[in-house]
Design a protein around this ligand. Structure first.
Ligand code: ATP
Ligand code: MG
Length: 745
C-alpha cells in the first residue's frame, strides 16, 4: 500500500544531455540548499548512465565537494547520452539504485530529452518498484516507504529553447562567447573590407543568432523561426549588403543559426550564404563556425546567479510538494516560477513542429515579445540608410544626452536611439557632456553613419557629467531648447541625470518649454535607479568584478588566505550581493544593512573557525559605502590582526575597472530594446497636446514607463537608492550558500 509521500530525507542531483556553463553552479546550489534543509544529498555522475550503473557513480556529497566549482564551465558530475535509460530494463535498474539508498527525490539539470526521460521514469516509478519487489530485488517495505519519486527539473541548454523559463542555464555564457568572437572578427573584417559569415548553434531556436546579431551589430541574420520572405533571398541579402558598402560600411557580417531555412523549409547553411556573397557580389567571404567554443569557458555572472537561484528553488520545491507532478523551475523577469514539467517540454516540441510545418507566423508568436522586438529592431538596424520621411509628416527634433557616471552600454543606446529616430523621419541631436553641455549649447546633429561601431564600444562617446543644474542653469537649458527647437529629450544615464531631468521637469507649469517631454533610460553600473529592476551597465560591471575575483582567488592557491574585496555601488549593494553570489563569497557587506562591531566580531570568529577546520581560502565582499568608519582598510587590518598565524589577509579595491570595458551582450541587448522604446515614447509624447515625462525600466521582465514626477517618492531620502529593491530578497539565499561554505573549505 502506498503511503502519502512525506518530506524526503534524501535527494539526488544529476546533469544530462549537452553540457552548459552554469551547470556546476546549479549542482552546488542544490547540494548546499539540500544540506541546509537537513537532507542527505547524492551526486549522480555521468547523467542517466550513473543512475543505471549505480555503484560509486551515486555518491553522497558534502558542502566541500562542491566548493571551488562556481567558476568552472561544463559539469563536474559529468554528462552522457545513455541508450540504456531509454529501455524499461535500464530504468528499473535506475529505480533500484535509488531506492536502495533511500532516495526518492531527483533534481535533473538537462535539455528537453533528459527532462522527458526523467519524467517517464517518475511516472513509471511505482510500477518499477512493484516489478523489483516481484523479482525479489527489493522488499515490499522498502517499496512502500518510497512510493513516489519527486522530480524537479531545470533547463541546462545553451540554445535557450525551452518553455517555462525566460533563460536557460548556459545561454548567457554562450552569448558572451559568440559576442567576444564576433567583436574580434569585426576588427579584422573592417581592416580588410571582407565579408564574414558566422554560424552559431540553435537547431530549432534562433535565440543565439538573433541576440548575438543585436549585440554585435550584424548586417544580416538568418533564423529558423522567420525565414527570408522571398524565394530569392540571396538577392535581397546582397542588395542590402551592397547598399551598406556604398555608404562606406567597411565590413559585412551575416549570422546564420544552425537551423536556418528558407520559406519552403530547405536548410540555409553558412556555406550557402558565403557562395551567394562570392558569386553575386564578388566579395572575399570567410565562414566561421563557432562550434563548441560556444559551450566552453567560465560561466558568466548571470549564469552563476541564475543557476544558484534555480538550484535553491528546486530544493524548496522538492520539500514543499513531495510526490507532486514533476515541476520545471524557471525564471521570468527576476521571478522564480515553477510549471508542470511535461507541459513545458510539450510546448517546446510544438515549436519545432510549427517550424517544420513552415507556420512561421505562429513560431514568432510563440517566441514572445522580446524576441519579436529584437527581430524588428534588427530589421531597422541592418538598413544602410533610413526610410525617407513620409511627405507632410511633422519632423521632430529630439536630443540625446547622458548624465551621471559612465556606464557600459551608453553608446549602444545612443546608436539605437539615433537610428530609430532618423528612420522615423525625425532629426536626432546629440548633446555633449550632459546637462552642462546642454546649457552651453554643445549640440550637434547626428546622422545614420555617425554612430557606426558604437554598438560594442565601452565608455560614453558623447561624454557625461554628474552636473545637476541650478535654477539659473535650468533657465539656460530652457533657452537652448528654444533656440535649437528641441521637441524632446532622451537622457541615458544614472542618478545625477535623473535628478537633473526631474529638476527641469519640476518647472513644467512655469512655461511650455519646461513641459517638453523627457524620458530617462537607466544606465548606471550601480543599479540604483527607481522604476527598474536593472539598469544598463550593471551586468557588464558584474562580469568585470566576477572575472577579477576569479583571478584573485586563483592567486591564493598555496597560502591560507582571506581576501577583502571592495566593489562599487555607492549607496546600493546590488553589485556586492550579486558578485558575492556569483563568486562564492562567505560574507557580503551592504550599505542597506550597515555594519556593527558585533557583526565584525562574529565574522572574525567564523573566519577563524573556518581556517581552524582546514579552510584554505576566505572571501568577503564589501560595498564601498557600507560604513564610513569600518572601511575596507579597517577590515583588512582587523582580520590580519585577529587571524595572526592562522591565515593572512589581502585587500583588493577593484575601482574603475568595474566601469570600463566593452558592454556585455545582455547590456547591449537591453540598451537596444529600451532605447528604441524611449524614442517611440518621445515621438508620441512630443506630438500630443499635453506631453508627459517618464523613466523607462524593466519590471518583472516587462518594459514599463513610470512618470518622472514620481522620482522623489520612489527613492530613499538622503541616499542614492530606490525604496524598493527586489534583489534584497536574495539575501537569505546568499547566507545559505555561504554558511555551507565556511566550515569545510
Ligand atoms: P540537449 O538537447 O541540450 O543536448 P537533452 O537533454 O535534450 O540535451 P538528449 O540527448 O535528448 O539531450 O537526452 C539526454 C539523455 O536523456 C538521453 O541520452 C537518454 O538517456 C535520456 N532520454 C532522452 N529522451 C528520453 C526518453 N524519451 N526516454 C528515456 N530517456 C530519455
Ligand atoms: Mg534536446
Amino acid at each position: 500500500m502506498l503511503r502519502t509521500p512525506q518530506r524526503p530525507t534524501s535527494l539526488a542531483v544529476l546533469t544530462s544531455g549537452g553540457d552548459a556553463a552554469g551547470m556546476n553552479a546549479a549542482v552546488r546550489a542544490v547540494v548546499r540548499a539540500g544540506l541546509a534543509e537537513g537532507l542527505k544529498v547524492y551526486g549522480v555522475f555521468e547523467g542517466m548512465q550513473g543512475l543505471v550503473d549505480g555503484g560509486d557513480r551515486i555518491q553522497p556529497m558534502s558542502s566541500s565537494d562542491v566548493g571551488g566549482i562556481l567558476h568552472q564551465g561544463g559539469t563536474v558530475l559529468g554528462t552522457a547520452r545513455c541508450a540504456e535509460f531509454r529501455s524499461r530494463e535500464g530504468r528499473r535498474r535506475a529505480a533500484r539504485n535509488l531506492v536502495e539508498r533511500g532516495i526518492d527525490a531527483l533534481v535533473v539539470i538537462g535539455g528537453d530529452g533528459s527532462l522527458t526521460g526523467a519524467n517517464l521514469f517518475r511516472n513509471e516509478w511505482p510500477e518499477l518498484l512493484e516489478e523489483l519487489v516481484a523479482q525479489g530485488e527489493i522488499t515490499q517495505t522498502l517499496a512502500d516507504s518510497h512510493g513516489r519519486l519527486t522530480l524537479v527539473g531545470m533547463v541546462g541548454s545553451i540554445d535557450n529553447d525551452m518553455f517555462g523559463t525566460d533563460m536557460t542555464i548556459g545561454a548567457d555564457t554562450a552569448l558572451h562567447r559568440i559576442t567576444e568572437a564576433i567583436d574580434a572578427i569585426h576588427s579584422t573584417a573592417s581592416s580588410h573590407q571582407r565579408s564574414f559569415v558566422i554560424e552559431v548553434m540553435g537547431r530549432n531556436c534562433g535565440y543565439l543568432a538573433l541576440m548575438s546579431a543585436v549585440a554585435a551589430g550584424a548586417n544580416w541574420v538568418l533564423i529558423p523561426e522567420s525565414p527570408p520572405d522571398t524565394d530569392d533571398w540571396e538577392e535581397s541579402m546582397c542588395r542590402a549588403l551592397t547598399a551598406g558598402r556604398s555608404i562606406g560600411r567597411r565590413r559585412n557580417l551575416a549570422i546564420v543559426a544552425e537551423g536556418a531555412q528558407d520559406l519552403h523549409g530547405n536548410p540555409i547553411t553558412a556555406q550557402h550564404v558565403k557562395e551567394a556573397l562570392e558569386e553575386r557580389l564578388g566579395e572575399d567571404t570567410r565562414v566561421t563556425s563557432l562550434g563548441h567554443v560556444q559551450r566552453g569557458g567560465a560561466p558568466s555572472a548571470f549564469d552563476r546567479y541564475l543557476s544558484t537561484v534555480l538550484g535553491y528553488a528546486a530544493v524548496e520545491q522538492v520539500i514543499m510538494s513531495p510526490g507532486a507532478e514533476a515541476q520545471l523551475i524557471g525564471i521570468r523577469g527576476h521571478q522564480i516560477i515553477s510549471s508542470p514539467l511535461m507541459d513545458c517540454v510539450d510546448k517546446t516540441r510544438a515549436v519545432a513542429d510549427v517550424i517544420a510545418n513552415q507556420d512561421y507566423e505562429k513560431a514568432m508568436e510563440i517566441r514572445g515579445g522580446s524576441f519579436r522586438d529584437s527581430f524588428r529592431m534588427i530589421r531597422t538596424m541592418v538598413r544602410a540608410q533610413p526610410h525617407a520621411p513620409v511627405p507632410g509628416q511633422r519632423r521632430l527634433r529630439l536630443a540625446v544626452l547622458h548624465g551621471g557616471g559612465p556606464a557600459p552600454g551608453m553608446n549602444t543606446a545612443v546608436r539605437v536611439a539615433v537610428r530609430v529616430g532618423v528612420d522615423r523621419g525625425h532629426t536626432m541631436l546629440a548633446v555633449r557632456n550632459g546637462f552642462q553641455g546642454l546649457g552651453d549649447g554643445d549640440i550637434d546633429e547626428m546622422d545614420w553613419m555617425s554612430v557606426t561601431g558604437w554598438v560594442s564600444r565601452g565608455g560614453a562617446e558623447l561624454g557625461t557629467t554628474r552636473f545637476v543644474p541650478t535654477a539659473e542653469a535650468i533657465d539656460r537649458i530652457a533657452g537652448q531648447l528654444e533656440s535649437h527647437h528641441i521637441d524632446g529629450l532622451l537622457m541615458i544615464g544614472g542618478w545625477s541625470g535623473y535628478e537633473a531631468a526631474h529638476a527641469f521637469h519640476e518647472r513644467r507649469d512655469d512655461s511650455a518649454v519646461f513641459a517638453r517631454p523627457i524620458v530617462c533610460l537607466p544606465a548606471s553600473i550601480n543599479n540604483d535607479l527607481p522604476g527598474t529592476e536593472l539598469s544598463i551597465g550593471a551586468d557588464t560591471a558584474l562580469n568585470n568584478i566576477v572575472s577579477d575575483v576569479d583571478k584573485i582567488k586563483q592567486s591564493a592557491v598555496a597560502a591560507r588566505r582571506s581576501f577583502v574585496v571592495e566593489v562599487m555601488g555607492r549607496d546600493c549593494g546590488y553589485l556586492a550581493l550579486m558578485s558575492g553570489l556569483a563568486t562564492g563569497a562567505e560574507r557580503v557587506y551592504l550599505p542597506e544593512e550597515g555594519m556593527s562591531l558585533l557583526d565584525l566580531q562574529n565574522d572574525v570568529n567564523n573566519l577563524k573557525e573556518g581556517f581552524e577546520h582546514g579552510k584554505r581560502l576566505g572571501l568577503v565582499i564589501r560595498s564601498e559605502h557600507s560604513d564610513p568608519v569600518y572601511t575596507t582598510g579597517f577590515i583588512h587590518a582587523l582580520f590580519e590582526r585577529e587571524g595572526d598565524g592562522l591565515f593572512d589577509v589581502r585587500q583588493a579595491i577593484l575601482g574603475h575597472v568595474q566601469q570600463g570595458g566593452d558592454p556585455s551582450p545582455f547590456d547591449r541587448i537591453q540598451a537596444t530594446r529600451l532605447a528604441s522604446k524611449c524614442v517611440e515614447y518621445l515621438i508620441e509624447e512630443a506630438l500630443t497636446e499635453k506631453p508627459t515625462s517618464a523613466f523607462i525600466g524593466l519590471q518583472k521582465g516587462k518594459v514599463r514607463f513610470t512618470p518622472l514626477s514620481e522620482f522623489p517618492a520612489l527613492i530613499e531620502t538622503g541616499v542614492h537608492r530606490p525604496r524598493e529593491q527586489g534583489w534584497m530578497a536574495l539575501r537569505p539565499l546568499a547566507k545559505v550558500m555561504a554558511r555551507a561554505d565556511s566550515p569545510s573549505r
